[in-house]
Ligand binder design. Structure first.
Ligand code: CTP
Length: 397
């Protein structure tokens, strides 16, 4: 709960600003006092009147509003809260924060404050992935600013990808975790994610359809609960979450080395879709047709089973969670897999093409533990991740 907590919410000018109205309600329901600051851009998307009504507070808007200065100066306003939440944080406000500008009330408060700041980015996918925004993000993180989201999804502008503002429930959870220190604070969790690419020659490889979306969401959810996350990822379709240590790999053997290097950890979540085999006779130069019509004969070698190694290894984390992507007899296969791999839990799912799970935004999993199989409803990958992170937090206490 947020009883007695004072939150200053800076609402930036983006289409996602409408979500901030609900965010204000949810924070107040949990006992927080919310003081809103609207940027001039935000007023195009939400009205000061609706923000005032929902927050039951005066809405601060203009740096040079002398009435406000007489009542409460901007320095005082910036320090009177326990947390400053910038939601939505546009690319523009992130850039101004990263550059230390103070050219309106919001950025002046953010520069003058000595209280913790958390931003909730929301913008078009290209703006989010632009090197300038990513640079600013690194600067802000380095300044100790917390970041919630963004998440993948369809955007108001019609594009799809990372940049969408985190769901209100996730923002509230992150605020809760901030004040409680998070149930996983002080814990190190290792997450593997994405496919692996196994080279055939310098330009060709064998891969699988894993997008990395579920592993990425899990890493973000664990981070939101306060964990220090090492995220070992193959070449995924989605960008790694901010606020985690990213180790990018291509092949299963590189993933194996990165995982071993990341240990010890309190928990490991192995969500990667690791290729079972690599091409043993991969060529160092591009393979050419020889004109005879003969296809090249590839021979395969089995890749190391990273999950089993971690489960059986001397540095075994207290909780080892594996995944089982199956297309039939999901629970039976996953139950057998849990024993074969020596892990504590298996998150099993049906990845038959008809389910749309592989590469999609939802998941329907069954959690297999020593106590049996627990079927979870079909949820967004973000929500599945949040639940799993909470279970992991409970499992580690
Ligand atoms: N895994 C791994 N290393 C491998 C293969 C799989 O760490 N070389 C991990 C995956 O990250 C996942 C779990 O093992 O957590 C199960 O992966 P899956 O591909 O379903 O299992 P396999 O061992 O490949 O079993 P099978 O192909 O027989 O279903």
């Amino acid at each position: 709960m947020l009883e007695g907590k004072k939150i200053l919410i800076v609402i930036g000018g983006g289409i996602a600003a409408f979500k901030s109205l609900d965010l204000i309600r949810r924070l107040r329901e949990r006992g927080a006092t919310v003081t809103p600051v609207l940027t001039s851009g935000a007023e195009h998307f939400v009205t000061p009147l609706s923000v005032a009504a929902l927050s039951a507070s005066k809405v601060y808007r203009d740096l040079f509003d002398l009435t406000d200065e007489a009542e409460m100066g901007h320095i005082e306003l910036s320090r009177a809260s326990d947390l400053i939440l910038v939601a939505p944080a546009t690319a523009n406000i992130m850039a101004r924060m990263a550059g230390g500008l103070a050219d309106d009330l919001a950025t002046t408060l953010l520069l003058a404050t000595d209280t913790p700041v958390m931003i909730v980015p929301a913008m078009n996918v290209r703006m989010w992935t632009h090197p300038a925004t990513q640079r600013n993000l690194t600067v802000l993180r380095g300044d100790g600013i917390g970041v919630v989201g963004p998440v993948d999804g369809a955007m108001a502008c019609g594009e799809f990808g990372p940049g969408r503002m985190a769901e209100v429930a996730d923002i509230v959870a992150a605020v809760d975790a901030h004040f409680s220190g998070g149930p996983l604070s002080g814990r190190h969790v290792l997450v593997t994610s994405g496919p692996t690419h196994e080279p055939i020659d310098p330009v060709r490889y064998i891969a699988n359809r894993s997008s990395g979306a579920q592993g990425t969401a899990i890493a973000g959810a664990l981070r939101d609960l306060g964990a220090r996350v090492t995220f070992v990822t193959g070449p995924a379709d989605v960008a790694p979450p901010p606020g985690v240590t990213v180790v990018a790999v291509q092949t299963a053997r590189q993933m194996q080395a990165a995982v071993q290097a990341a240990l010890p950890a309190d928990a490991a979540v192995m969500a990667a879709a690791v290729a079972d085999w690599r091409v043993e006779n991969a060529s160092d130069s591009k393979m050419k047709k020889d004109g005879s019509g003969a296809a090249p004969a590839l021979t395969f070698a089995e890749n190391p089973d990273i999950l089993r190694e971690v489960s059986d290894g001397p540095n075994r984390p207290g909780l080892v969670v594996g995944f089982a992507a199956e297309t039939d007899d999901v629970v039976a296969h996953a139950t057998a897999k849990r024993l074969r791999k020596g892990c504590d839990w298996i998150v099993a799912n049906d990845v038959s093409p008809a389910t749309g799970i592989m590469g999609g935004s939802e998941n329907a999993v069954t959690l297999i533990t020593a106590d049996g199989a627990e079927e979870w409803p079909r949820l967004t990958k973000q929500e599945t991740a949040r639940r799993l992170a909470e279970r992991i937090a409970k499992g580690l206490t």
